[in-house]
Design a protein around this ligand. Structure first.
Ligand SMILES: [Ca+2]
Ligand SMILES: [Ca+2]
Ligand SMILES: [Ca+2]
Length: 369
């Protein structure tokens, strides 16, 4: 993990958000972790079962602080000596069932003010780690002097044990408005979407491999020294209706709307979704509607942790990229390859520089791009 905060403080959105309100370090968080699925030996469906040997992590939302503990036999983890502020609490316990990984996970937000103890019981839910997922989103831009933002890319990762196919997959830029009825709708809306048309088994991604979808598959270093070289991207987005660059050696995700823009996403707050491509429609506002049930993965990022959610919590319960500034060449990538709890605040960390086609913890020889 790379600390990207140093040197960014003078920017408009500060990293670390703000100083601790009261750095007395005398607060405590007590978390009990329960499951009601009846999954664990000795537990009963519908009745709270206190989970031991479960990792609990706390992450401050108001200053730079993270810590992890394991729950004891009573299913409780205690964090002491905490400064005042707001904390996100994450719960994780990995359980292996068959060929696929299953993780129990849950989260909560707690507020500590002065010398006090905040207590919460977190109900854990299962998620299967066996999917295609978004592993990195690079959206911040790299050169403030020239407003260079054309080096954006989305990286996918195959966390399953099988070769998967990207044929007909859709990559979106989600609508950036706040919809109060969002959680009751069975579809999500995109401003625009790009699709990789294929025969069904034309575009494989092997287990444990990455696929980089560039906005433009060019060597952006020629235009901005801090930019990544995306000339060897696996795919690029192409809009035939716009004045878009088309690298003939890199296959295209093609625009499926009437809009003329290339695939470009907000530098501060936006959501990105990948979905199976068999069902979508253009609505009366020229937005792309995609059934929630067809969404493979989605990531919402926001520099500001207090911003209102734009993507349903059924797809992403939190924000990646908290504290990242525009044109910082910082990127957001999964904390560990394949871990997807559907809460990007936990699943993603801020990194710099971006890592197209590899993981930020990978050894140098794997960084072939
Ligand atoms: Ca393009
Ligand atoms: Ca191309
Ligand atoms: Ca990466």
């Amino acid at each position: 993990m790379i600390a990207i905060c140093a040197g960014m403080m003078p920017a408009a959105v500060s990293c670390g958000i703000e100083k601790p309100e009261n750095a007395d370090g005398k607060g405590s968080i007590v978390v009990a972790v329960t499951d009601t699925s009846g999954f664990f030996p000795g537990s009963v469906l519908g009745e709270p079962f206190f989970m031991d040997s479960t990792e609990v992590s706390v992450q401050s939302r108001t200053h730079m602080f993270t810590a992890s503990r394991m729950t004891g036999e009573s299913g409780v983890a205690v964090f002491e000596g905490l400064a005042s502020g707001t904390y996100s609490v994450f719960v994780r316990r990995e359980v292996s069932v068959g060929p696929n990984r299953i993780v129990f996970t849950g989260f909560s937000d707690l507020r500590l003010a002065g010398e006090e103890t905040a207590t919460d019981t977190i109900l854990a839910k299962t998620i299967a780690v066996s999917n295609l997922m978004i592993s990195e989103v690079f959206y911040t831009g790299s050169c403030a002097s020239s407003y260079y933002l054309y080096d954006q890319f989305v990286e996918l990762y195959n966390a399953s044990n099988d070769t998967l196919y990207l044929d007909d997959i859709i990559l979106t830029r989600q609508l950036g408005t706040i919809d109060p009825d969002m959680e009751t709708k069975d579809y999500v809306r995109a401003i625009y979407a790009f699709q990789l048309q294929g025969t069904g088994n034309q575009w494989p991604i092997a287990p444990g491999r990455y696929a980089v979808i560039a906005s433009d598959a060019v060597n952006h270093r020629a235009y901005c020294a801090a930019s990544p070289d995306l000339s060897k991207a696996d795919y690029e987005c192409f809009n035939a209706l716009g004045n878009d660059y088309d690298n003939p050696y890199v296959p295209n995700f093609e625009s499926i709307t009437y809009r003329t823009t290339d695939y470009l996403i907000s530098l501060a707050h936006n959501s990105v979704v990948i979905a199976t491509g068999e069902e979508w429609m253009i609505d009366e506002n020229n937005y792309v509607r995609i059934p929630v049930s067809n969404v493979i993965d989605g990531v919402e990022y926001s520099a500001n942790p207090a911003a209102a959610k734009e993507l349903t919590v059924r797809i992403d319960a939190g924000f990646a990229g908290i504290g990242i500034t525009r044109y910082s060449a910082a990127s957001v990538e999964r904390r560990e390859p394949g871990l997807d709890t559907n809460n990007s605040t936990f699943d993603f960390v801020n990194i710099s520089p971006p890592t197209p086609g590899y993981f930020h913890g990978a050894p140098a020889w794997m960084r072939w791009r």
